[in-house]
Design a protein around this ligand. Sequence first.
Ligand SMILES: [Mg+2]
Length: 238
Amino acid sequence: MSKQPKWDLIEGIVLDAVGTLIKPTPAVADAYTEAALRQGVVLDREDVRRRFQRTFRDDAIRADRGIHSTDEGIERRRWREIVAQVLPEVPDPERAFDELWDHFGRPESWRCFPDAVPALRAFHEAGMEVCIGSNFDGRLRQVVAGLPELAAMVDGLVVSSEVGFRKPHGSFFEAVCERLGLPPERILSVGDDLENDVYGAIRAGLSAVYLDRGHEVPEDVMHVSTLTLVVELRAAEA
Ligand SMILES: [Mg+2]
């Protein structure tokens, strides 16, 4: 699993979105805390942060036990459930869900990581096809379109709710190959989730690099701490 990407083969890169190229700004915990406050419920931001982390992790574990099939309706129901679990105190849970669903669908609620655009530019200059591959839902299209510096740097989007399968399912990566017009061995996957972006990609025949933005890294995984270092890895090999 620790094998270096075979750079002379790589012609395309698929990058994860959330945590890799973009991050919610303000933070998720702030958005949820504010949504509760609009209904008169005062919550401790740190409690909300912990609740969200736990709920999101448990949800991911449940998804892993399934077959990873998804669509827009499933994603909407999934997020309604997450909001209800993170904010059980609010008198109108449907309102909280609607507000948060809209909030995270707006480009203004997201920022690019500082290394995202420079790295994407370098991949392009190296002649690579670049796409985003994400377990976000259809809202990602409007988010990316509203971040012009990012939109200008990607050749396409592969979104799980449109494909019908979430990462790490092999069908998701088949859709990536189709989008990039390349066989799996010519594609490098980069992302901040070990199972979804690295192990799943490798099982599907892609190369993969784990982006470690401050998490622990298993020894058997090729990893970098910024996207710019992926570019440098490649330059060092050339
Ligand atoms: Mg991610």
